[in-house]
Design a protein around this ligand. Structure first.
Ligand code: NAD
Length: 478
C-alpha cells in the first residue's frame, strides 16, 4: 500500500479528481490517500504561495503527489504553485506523452505517438533577470552538467522501460555553443551507453518544424526547459488532445502528476469536464510507483471507452461519437471496461520491471581553471564604437588591454560596420599579453581605473579556460 498526497484543486478539479480516483481504485490501485488543500482558497486567505507549511510537510513525507488543476488568482503577488513545487522538490524531468487518438479525436497526424522529456529546473527559467542600462535587460541562461546528465539519462531510461526505439535531442547549439552545446555534448556521451536505442540530434528550429509537420518521425524527444515548454504544448495540441494529456514531474525523491489543462472555471460544478487528462497523469503515477498492472488495466479500459464513442462534450463529435456523457458517467464507463482491451487501438503493455537506472550524479574532478581575460560591460550612450574604444583604451595596462568591443554580441570594434545598430550596452573584452594569464587583481585595477574615468561598468564576466579548453564564446564576426 503506497501513501500518496492528492489535492483536488479548483474549478473542475474536484470533479475530475473524484472520477480519476474512482477509476484507479476500482482497478485495484494499492494506494492510501492523504488530501491537502492548495490553490485559490489558500491564495485568497492571504498565503501568496497557495500552499501552507503543513501541506508541504505532507507532500514531502508521502513523496508522490497527484494534483488537480488550480486557479491562480489574477493580479500581482501570487506565485505559481506549479513552478514553486517543481523547484522546491527538485522535479527535474517533465514527461508528457502526446499520442493521437485518431479517428475518435480529430488530428492531422493519425500516427503520432511521441513523448516529450523536458528539463524542468534550469535554463532561462532560473528567472535571473536584470535591467542593466536604459535600453537593455538580460535573463541568464544557466545550463548545468548535472542538469543535463539527469534529464538525458531519464529520457534514455524511459525509452528503455517503455520499449521506445529512438531518443532525439533538440538544441540550438549552432548559436549557443556553451549552454546548448553542453546539453548536446552530454546527450552524445550518454547515448553511447544505450546502443540498442537509436539517437539523433536536430537543431531545434528545423526539428520543431519537422515535429509539427511529421510527428510520426519522432519517438522520445529530450530538450532544455524553454524549448520543452513550448514544444510540449505544440505536441499536445497537434495530437488533437490538449484536454486529454497528462504530465509527470519527476525528481530524485518526489514526483508530481497532473493534467496539462487548467481549472476551466466556467465548466466547474456541472459534471461536464473530461477527467482524461488527470487520469493520464494518474496512469503515469501508477507506473512510477511500480503498480504497472493497474496502470495497464486503466489505460486499456480508457482506450476502449474512447473507441466505444463514449465521450464528454469537449471531444464529442456527431458521426464518430456514440454517446455524450458527463464526468461521472465517463468514469463509470471506464470502470465497466476494466479488464477489457481496446479493439482498434493497440492495447498497451507496460514493462513489469519499472526500476529506472538513475544513478546519483557524480561530480568529476575539478578541471584546471585559468583566467584568460575579462569582459567589462559598459553603459554608454554614444553611438560610435571607435569613440568608445578610444575611451576604453585608456584602461590598457601591462596586465590587460582592450581586444574587442561588441554590442548585443556583434563585434563593432575593431573593424566594425557602420551599418550595425548599437544600443547603450557594450561589452569590452580585455585580454592579457599573449601567453600570460590575468589575475583577479588586474580586474580590480581595471574597475578602479574605469571608476576614476567615469566609465559606467555595469557588470564583469570572467573569461576562463578549463583544462586548456576555451570556456566562453567569441564575438559574432570575430
Ligand atoms: P483551461 O485549461 O482551464 O481551459 C482552456 C479551455 O479548455 C476552456 O475552454 C475549458 O473549458 C477547456 N477545458 C480545460 N480542461 C477541460 C476538461 N478537462 N474538460 C473539458 N474542457 C476542458 O485554461 P485557462 O482557461 O487558460 O485557465 C483557467 C485557470 O486554470 C487559470 O486560473 C489558470 O491559471 C489555471 N491553470 C492551471 C494549471 C494547473 O494547475 N496545472 C494549468 C493551466 C492553467
Amino acid at each position: 500500500m503506497k501513501k500518496i498526497t492528492i489535492a483536488k484543486g479548483d474549478g473542475i478539479g474536484p470533479e475530475i479528481m473524484d472520477a480519476t480516483l474512482a477509476i484507479i481504485m476500482a482497478a485495484g490501485a494499492q494506494i492510501q490517500i492523504e488530501e491537502i488543500e492548495v490553490g485559490e482558497k489558500v491564495y485568497l486567505a492571504g498565503n501568496t504561495a497557495g500552499i501552507s507549511k503543513e501541506s508541504w510537510d505532507v507532500i514531502r513525507r508521502n513523496k508522490i503527489f497527484l494534483k488537480a488543476p488550480i486557479t491562480t488568482p489574477q493580479g500581482g503577488g501570487y506565485k505559481s504553485l506549479n513552478v514553486t513545487t517543481r523547484k522546491f522538490l527538485g522535479l527535474y524531468a517533465n514527461i508528457r506523452p502526446c499520442v493521437s487518438l485518431h479517428p475518435y479525436v480529430k488530428t492531422k497526424h493519425p500516427l503520432m505517438d511521441i513523448v516529450i522529456v523536458r528539463e524542468n529546473e534550469e535554463d532561462l527559467y532560473a528567472g535571473i533577470e536584470h535591467q542593466q542600462t536604459d535600453e537593455v535587460v538580460q535573463c541568464l541562461k544557466l545550463i548545468s552538467r548535472p542538469g543535463c546528465e539527469k534529464i538525458v539519462r531519464y529520457a534514455f531510461e524511459y525509452a528503455k522501460q517503455y520499449g521506445r526505439k529512438k531518443v532525439t535531442c533538440f538544441t540550438k547549439d549552432n548559436i549557443m555553443k556553451q549552454t546548448d552545446g553542453l546539453f548536446h555534448k552530454v546527450f552524445d556521451e550518454i547515448a553511447i551507453e544505450y546502443p540498442e536505442i537509436e539517437n539523433e540530434h536536430w537543431i531545434i528550429d528545423i526539428g520543431a518544424a519537422k515535429m509539427a509537420d511529421t510527428p510520426e518521425a519522432f519517438d522520445v524527444i529530450v530538450m532544455p526547459n524553454l524549448y520543452g515548454d513550448v514544444l510540449s504544448d505544440v505536441a499536445a495540441q497537434i495530437a488533437g488532445s490538449v484536454g486529454l494529456a497528462g504530465s509527470a514531474n519527476i525528481g530524485e525523491e518526489c514526483a508530481m502528476f497532473e493534467a496539462i489543462h487548467g481549472s476551466a472555471p466556467r465548466r466547474a460544478g456541472q459534471n461536464m469536464a473530461n477527467p482524461s487528462g488527470l487520469l493520464q497523469g494518474a496512469i503515469q503515477m501508477l507506473n512510477h510507483i511500480g503498480q504497472t498492472e493497474v496502470a495497464e488495466k486503466v489505460q486499456n479500459a480508457w482506450l476502449k471507452t474512447i473507441e466505444d464513442g463514449i465521450h464528454t462534450y469537449d471531444i464529442y463529435k456527431e458521426g464518430t461519437s456514440k454517446q455524450k456523457v458527463g464526468t461521472k458517467e465517463f468514469a463509470e464507463a471506464v470502470i465497466s471496461n476494466l479488464g477489457k482491451l481496446p479493439a482498434s487501438f493497440k492495447a498497451v503493455q507496460y514493462a513489469k520491471n519499472t526500476s529506472l537506472n538513475l544513478p546519483t550524479y557524480k561530480r568529476k574532478a575539478a578541471a584546471k581553471k585559468e583566467l584568460v581575460g575579462v569582459d567589462l560591460f559598459v553603459h554608454w550612450r554614444g553611438t560610435d564604437a571607435n569613440e568608445l574604444a578610444t575611451l576604453i583604451h585608456k584602461l590598457d595596462s601591462d596586465g590587460a588591454s582592450l581586444s574587442m568591443i561588441t554590442n548585443r554580441g556583434i563585434k563593432v570594434y575593431p573593424d566594425g560596420f557602420r551599418e550595425t545598430f548599437c544600443t547603450d550596452h557594450w561589452r569590452c573584452r580585455f585580454k592579457p599579453a599573449k601567453g600570460s594569464l590575468l589575475s583577479k587583481q588586474n580586474i580590480i585595477t581595471l574597475l578602479t581605473q574605469a571608476e576614476n574615468l567615469g566609465i559606467d561598468v555595469i557588470k564583469t564576466e570572467n573569461l576562463y579556460q578549463f583544462d586548456g579548453v576555451q570556456g566562453y564564446s567569441l564575438g559574432q564576426g570575430q
